[in-house]
Ligand binder design. Sequence first.
Ligand SMILES: *[C@@H]1O[C@H](CO)[C@@H](O)[C@H](O)[C@H]1NC(C)=O
Ligand SMILES: *[C@@H]1O[C@H](CO)[C@@H](O)[C@H](O)[C@H]1NC(C)=O
Ligand SMILES: *[C@@H]1O[C@H](CO)[C@@H](O)[C@H](O)[C@H]1NC(C)=O
Ligand SMILES: *[C@@H]1O[C@H](CO)[C@@H](O)[C@H](O)[C@H]1NC(C)=O
Ligand SMILES: *[C@@H]1O[C@H](CO)[C@@H](O)[C@H](O)[C@H]1NC(C)=O
Ligand SMILES: *[C@@H]1O[C@H](CO)[C@@H](O)[C@H](O)[C@H]1NC(C)=O
Ligand SMILES: *[C@@H]1O[C@H](CO)[C@@H](O)[C@H](O)[C@H]1NC(C)=O
Ligand SMILES: *[C@@H]1O[C@H](CO)[C@@H](O)[C@H](O)[C@H]1NC(C)=O
Length: 691
Amino acid sequence: MRIESTALLVAASWLACVHAAVTWTATPFNPAAVPLAVRSPYLSAWLPQGSGTALNGGWPTFWTGTVVGWAGYVKVDGVAYNFLGAPTVAGAQKAVQKSLEFTSTQSTFIMTAGPIDLTVNFLSPVEPTDLVKQSLPFSYLTLSAAPNDGKSHEVQLYSDISAEWITGDNSLTANWSTTTGSVLTHQVQLANQSLFTEISDHIQQGSAFYSTHNTTGTTFQTGQDTVVRAQFIANGSLANTQDTNFRAVSDRWPVFAYAHDLGTVSKATLPVVLSVGHVRDPAIEYIIAGGALQQRSVFFWTQFSTVSAAISSFLDDFSGALTRAKAFDAKVNKDATAISSDYASIVALSIRQVFGATELTVSRDSSGKLNASDVLMFMKEISSDGNVNTVDVIFPSWPAFLYTNAALGKNLLLPLFEYQASGQYPNKWSVHDMGASYPKALGHNDGKDEAMPVEESGNMLIMTLSHAQRTGDHSLITTYFDLLDQWTQFLITDSLIPANQISTDDFAGSLANQTNLAIKGIVGIKAMAEIASLTGDSAKSANYSSIAASYVTQWQAFATSTTGKHLTLAYGNDSSWGLSYNLFADKLLGTNVFPQSVFDMQTSWYSTVANSFGVPLDTRHTYTKSDWEIWTAALVTSTSVRDLLVSSVRKYAADGSSSQPLGDWYETTDGAVEGFRARPVVGGHLALLTL
Ligand SMILES: *[C@@H]1O[C@H](CO)[C@@H](O)[C@H](O)[C@H]1NC(C)=O
Ligand SMILES: *[C@@H]1O[C@H](CO)[C@@H](O)[C@H](O)[C@H]1NC(C)=O
Ligand SMILES: *[C@@H]1O[C@H](CO)[C@@H](O)[C@H](O)[C@H]1NC(C)=O
Ligand SMILES: *[C@@H]1O[C@H](CO)[C@@H](O)[C@H](O)[C@H]1NC(C)=O
Ligand SMILES: *[C@@H]1O[C@H](CO)[C@@H](O)[C@H](O)[C@H]1NC(C)=O
Ligand SMILES: *[C@@H]1O[C@H](CO)[C@@H](O)[C@H](O)[C@H]1NC(C)=O
Ligand SMILES: *[C@@H]1O[C@H](CO)[C@@H](O)[C@H](O)[C@H]1NC(C)=O
Ligand SMILES: *[C@@H]1O[C@H](CO)[C@@H](O)[C@H](O)[C@H]1NC(C)=O
């Protein structure tokens, strides 16, 4: 990771002063931003709720904080209410938010519109064991109305999206079309497409889609926001007309709308189902042998030959998707509640965020046919920068994959292995990432990627062994044995006395002799001993095991403070300490190279140094990282210290001092967010579910 801007710090401290009153019930709590449609790096819509913005109190935003227009109205007995977004068209009142509930895959709002309660459900499926379903870049919005006064009412529904879903520059020209038939679809895109190019983190390629079934009473319209919304407010239906005056996104803001006439409503209605999506093809540019660039497509294309077929299937599948989502949500909730309800709430908020940073892709063979056996998963680092498959971002997020489907870990690591096995990367340690700017996975043939030699080499070894252990699939450890062994040589040389270098926490600066980095290197060496054992090289296994064991003994002398009360942050500096979260890897792998006494010592120490929002990352600053806080919760040997760490993160996530998608880097003294948001590293919040 690398920090590109400190502007967010300023925004965070400003927001900390704003405290609107929350009038709705929130289950389990009010997060800073509520996930609405979060499925890929480019389909990422959130409600920036902050300390109390209702679903109709502001606009949904992209993860960066810029608006993605999404508006909703409901008419009840001729009276119009706005329930989604913040349009300013005359003639409508505001519905009143009654409740918010989020689970791992759903965010549900109940909005009271006079005598009707409207249930507004946003479902972003997470289906890690079904690659087609997981890779469909669509989310559901469903609307159902129920009288709250026991009487019957005439109800019509309206929603639209703007063209802000397709670009980071609203001065660019969009064009659009509407397809009718049994499914209605609005498609909108930039008139001038740029492959693999982002502006302000939005891809300048592909199209946004807004769709619904053509049921009785469904009408559509495209046109200027104020015109189309006024049409509904006046009439309760749309004109089935298309505006073909293609123009800039912000020029008389074109919107893409549907209305659904529910007729007379006397009891809760079946949900009206809409889908929103963003599709592009090809999706990823990827370096292969000899520097050739391969264009890769999203996995769902192996199953569908057109976007409209994919959309029809997605809409038709709603009730199945909801059933599966409820089962998934219930399982995660049950497993996480076994730790604590605070823990379950953090996990539920994290899952869409981690999967929403990823995409599953396939290549084409020489005849252009998609190769469903060649599955690579790509991850965008998000917000700290736009790197592709950053090893030390995959690493903290790894528990989310181990818990939901460990086999996916292979698809996520494969790009890194294939690239480095191709011989194009010149360094003897593991590469930091697959490319500086998503979605271009172009490698670093100049070897000048952000160097984190011990960090990334250790990470690759630890993740690769855990994949083999959890899946029984030995293909990575056999195919890439030489590469793994090469990284191990580097760790043998550099991890007991780590040279001055950065770790994943690069924002804290570089340091020599980092205790926590040495832990990672030593576990990495031991991981290679296990890998050698699994592949039948017992001599190598014994040698590396004994090296790891001897390093642990020496490390204990270097790394323990003279008081014997804690590990230091850096060797020899008794006044320093930090979260030694890499010890979690020793538990995860069951390698047990570090003695129990070290875990016990750290556990006692953390109970004495916690601030109001948790234990600082280390003694250089008072900030911390939520992912490492939870990794640490997973390695401590006391339930009360575990719960202290977990509850600190929950307190931060629920404190209303930010309105951005969950940021992993925050201040332990007052819970203010630091510079990161929406990053997949929150997958690390699942660490306790992997043991
Ligand atoms: C919806 O379906 C009906 C019945 O098939 C058809 O008459 C109507 O034209 C369709 N509406 C749209 C907007 O395609
Ligand atoms: C809209 O733009 C796309 C992308 O440049 C182009 O392929 C398509 O023909 C355009 N459609 C219309 C209706 O102009
Ligand atoms: C299309 O976009 C590219 C890159 O963003 C730009 O260089 C080019 O001038 C644009 N073309 C038109 C016709 O706007
Ligand atoms: C309402 O819709 C109907 C049918 O589309 C149309 O004839 C009528 O002019 C509309 N009225 C208003 C006020 O827009
Ligand atoms: C499909 O991908 C697999 C896995 O990468 C590869 O072994 C196979 O050769 C590919 N098939 C074709 C036809 O390219
Ligand atoms: C790192 O620690 C070792 C062992 O204590 C010591 O010999 C060496 O001087 C330290 N290096 C730095 C740069 O502090
Ligand atoms: C053990 O591994 C180290 C590092 O690769 C190597 O230098 C040494 O020769 C090995 N020892 C034996 C006995 O194989
Ligand atoms: C020891 O660590 C403390 C806390 O991180 C730091 O302020 C101090 O500068 C360090 N001392 C040395 C000699 O590096």
